[in-house]
Design a protein around this ligand. Structure first.
Ligand code: HSE
Length: 440
């Protein structure tokens, strides 16, 4: 049978990895897919770079629409990124009857409902293994491997840049800004790292996992998103003293009241495997009712790890594209007519436990006032750590860090407690609040 023909939009780092892996492993891939897979056409504004990536014999153009219009192309790989032209081109490819493979988490998290509906109407596949956790086959695991389970929760380190920064902060005792500059110098962080450090990239990925886990539409606008820019080396050190590591987690959880979907720094017990995932690596923990806890670990970015996911999708489509569309694996794991209307909870309704750091005057009664506020709101304390008081130069007065770990409470109650504690004249600086996940 003649090879299935693929058109590539965007010949950057992942495109180049896709060519390399397809060429290197072509015999094995063909034995698995049942026929060859060939990228025969590439679109990139930098045609010289694209030709260098694609090599001889591959048609290169600056016009992405020429790829979509080519009747010989069966599958279009979108590696442009972003919500702009990528959205238009993906919808045009679907309208032209092409299957689409994309690594574009931002596009699917924001416009997934429109894109999956268009693909279903046209009977084509939109595959996106590379969009979440790079080379880790987490979409396949959630959508197929764990299909027997009622998924209870997912927690993942799904942004390598921020995990690298947090690892360096912990290892070297440095503050966020210093490590970010170093990460940019080494090429681990983008020149504009906003999406990574503000948690947006992780929230895009968590949104996709949330939909697949619980069978609800993609709803990035409902995700709570908090990045790592406010974290200090002191919090990482105190967390360590209490037996925890701080990780940026993407969390989605089924509760009696609805679905939680949130990204924020979290204290994780140091003994959990995921707490020991360091550097730019990614890891996802999934809890299912039948299987229990499962862990998926690997490279979440990079040329060939991401290409590994792109090519897995190409092989899936090669095997499945002749199947009746109704008998394929649904885009979001659940049949489109069996999606649930479970709602995503506002952050104020989320129940979790907390790490609090208060810079306080070291005077009689301060601790009593703080704990009194928590007690009045029904918030139970799990542990308290008070550092030795530091002399404030020249004044003879002293101040100290008071660290409090709480048991679970509703976020709205914690917000009320924080407001009252912050208003105390003996609380001398903005209170740091970091959520804590036991992941038991
Ligand atoms: N920038 C992402 C990360 C990889 O640092 O993990 C692509 O989503």
């Amino acid at each position: 049978m003649k090879p299935i023909q693929v058109g590539l939009l965007g010949a950057g780092v992942v495109g180049s990895g896709t060519f390399n892996v397809l060429r290197r492993n072509q015999e094995e891939i063909k034995r698995r897919a049942g026929r060859g897979i060939e990228i025969t056409m590439v679109a990139d504004l930098d045609t010289a770079r694209a030709q260098a990536v694609a090599g001889e014999g591959v048609k290169v153009t600056a016009d992405a629409r020429a790829v979509i219009a080519n009747p010989d192309i069966d599958i279009v790989i979108e590696l442009i990124g972003g919500y702009g032209i990528a959205r238009t081109l993906v919808l045009e490819a679907i309208a032209a009857g092409k299957h689409v493979v994309t690594a574009n988490k931002a596009l699917l998290a924001v416009h997934g409902t429109e894109i999956f509906a268009a693909a279903s109407a046209k009977g084509v596949i939109v595959a996106f293994e590379a969009a979440v956790a790079g080379g880790i086959p987490i979409i396949k695991a959630l959508r197929e491997g764990l299909t027997a389970n009622r998924i209870q929760w997912i927690a993942g380190i799904i942004n390598g840049t921020t995990n690298f920064i947090l690892s360096e902060m912990r290892d070297k005792g440095l503050d966020f800004e210093v490590v970010l500059k170093e990460a940019q110098r080494l090429g681990y962080a983008e020149a504009d790292p906003t999406f990574d450090i503000e948690g947006v990239d992780a929230a895009h990925k968590a949104t996709l996992m949330c939909s697949i886990a619980f069978g609800i539409p993609v709803q990035f606008d409902k995700a709570y998103v908090e990045g790592i820019t406010q974290l200090g080396a002191a919090d990482i050190k105190y967390a360590e003293q209490l037996g925890y590591r701080i990780k940026l987690l993407g969390i989605t959880k089924r509760t009696a009241k609805g679905i939680e979907l949130r990204v924020h720094p979290s204290l994780v017990p140091g003994k959990r495997l995921i707490a020991n995932v360091e550097g730019a690596m990614n890891a996802v923990v999934v809890q299912g009712d039948a299987v229990g806890t499962t862990l998926y670990y690997g490279k979440g970015a990079g040329s060939e790890p991401t290409a590994s996911a792109v090519i897995a999708d190409l092989v899936d489509i090669t095997r499945l594209h002749t199947a009746d569309p109704l008998n394929r694996v649904p885009h979001l794991a659940f049949q489109p007519n069996a999606m649930s209307d479970l709602h995503v909870l506002p952050m104020s309704d989320v129940v979790t436990s907390y790490y609090l750091r208060l810079r306080v005057a070291d005077e009689a009664g301060v601790l009593a006032k703080v704990t009194g506020i928590l007690a009045a709101l029904g918030i139970s304390i799990d542990a308290i750590l008070q550092r030795e008081a530091d002399e404030v130069a020249g004044e003879g007065a002293t101040q100290t860090d008071l660290i409090i770990l709480t048991h679970d409470c509703v976020e709205s109650e914690m917000n009320a407690a924080l407001k009252q504690m912050q208003a105390l004249p003996t609380v001398l600086a903005p209170i740091t609040r970091i959520r804590k996940e036991e992941l038991a």
